[in-house]
Design a protein. Structure first.
Length: 160
């Protein structure tokens, strides 16, 4: 694949990371090259610090023995989020646009304040879709979350 084709079709899968590779990089600290595991898990500044301070005198390197699995998992999660595509994102589908429109219309008809149960009742959507829709409305700035002062129930205030 040429470089121009690669730019037109960006990679949709994150690079694979493994705990074993991180531990192999950690093993290089036994010969004085410390911090490479931190570069591997996306923490270049800490990796550089470890590199110039010999793993902060070995203490940081020792602690990393126990932290590596969590660091790799956290970096995998971060990379998965970066490689989401528009085709896989349910919030960008046309049906979601109609649902948001319907949600805003229902909010307008009912005074601009609704609970999740009321949204499900008035829109006839399943609870999972309602949660996704309310999250999307918050993300877009259409709704804010607050607690009802009398009951403490979670409510959504819509700017309609």
């Amino acid at each position: 694949m040429s470089q121009s084709e690669h730019r037109q079709h960006p990679q949709t899968q994150p690079p694979s990371l493994s705990v074993a590779n991180a531990y192999l990089l950690w093993c290089l600290s036994l010969v004085g090259v410390c911090g490479l595991q931190r570069f591997y898990v996306g923490q270049p500044l800490v990796g550089l610090l470890y590199l110039v301070t010999f793993g902060v005198c070995g203490v940081g390197q020792f602690i990393d023995l126990f932290l590596i699995p969590g660091l790799v998992d956290r970096h995998k999660t971060y990379l998965r989020g970066r490689y989401l595509t528009a085709e896989k994102d349910p919030d960008l589908s046309p049906a979601s646009g109609r649902s948001i429109h319907r949600l805003l219309q229902v909010a307008k008809e009912h005074g601009g304040v609704l609970s999740a149960a009321q949204v499900a009742l008035y829109t006839h959507l399943d609870p999972q879709t309602v949660e996704e829709l309310l999250f999307e409305a918050q993300r877009l700035g259409y709704a804010t979350v607050f607690n009802d002062p009398e009951t403490g129930a979670v409510r959504y205030r819509f700017d309609v």
